[in-house]
Design a binder for this molecule. Sequence first.
Ligand code: SLL
Length: 188
Amino acid sequence: QKRVRGVTVARPIIYGNSTVLLTEQERAEAGDHTHRWTVGVRSAASPPYANPHPNQQIGGADDISYMIKKVTFKLYETYKNALRTIESPPFEVTETGWGEFDIIIKVFFAPESNEKPLTFNHHLKLHPWPVDPILYAQPSATGEPTSLTEDGQPILPAPVISPVHSWQYEELVFTEPTEAFYATLLEH
Ligand code: SLL
């Protein structure tokens, strides 16, 4: 594959997650799970904060599938099929859980690009800020005090803020792209 000398093309993306608290009814059926989250890779042209679970329009400015062939998300090992492979947009995974952990996101590019996959590490965010486990209980959907300390003091329920968003902006930089990939990039 011939490469285009002296040319660099950058394409902005975002990766990260949005989280909502489960409703009381959902929590009753979800075992110890408390939150529903979506982790994904999206075009920077798509507003991540509009809706944590958007029905994305595919094929418009939001479409990144012309340059991205698939994305894998490595979840915490206790999840079923912890390595999730998403081969078409939207490149995202929705799950429920109770805790935060690191998700390894691997982005594979269109085959004609000859680009190596790119790896991001994203810390899944469920809570609006670092919650001190001594001062605060887990957020309770009802806002009721949830428990007492050893010496009988009520533990404050953490403030309920939902949804929570954590997204990073990243520029994908293609240095001396192949001729075929350069042509694709210029079309978008
Ligand atoms: C923690 N080190 O202790 C982290 C681990 C794991 C979170 C968090 C449910 C997983 C499942 C879930 O949310 N795990 O149901 O398989 O905070």
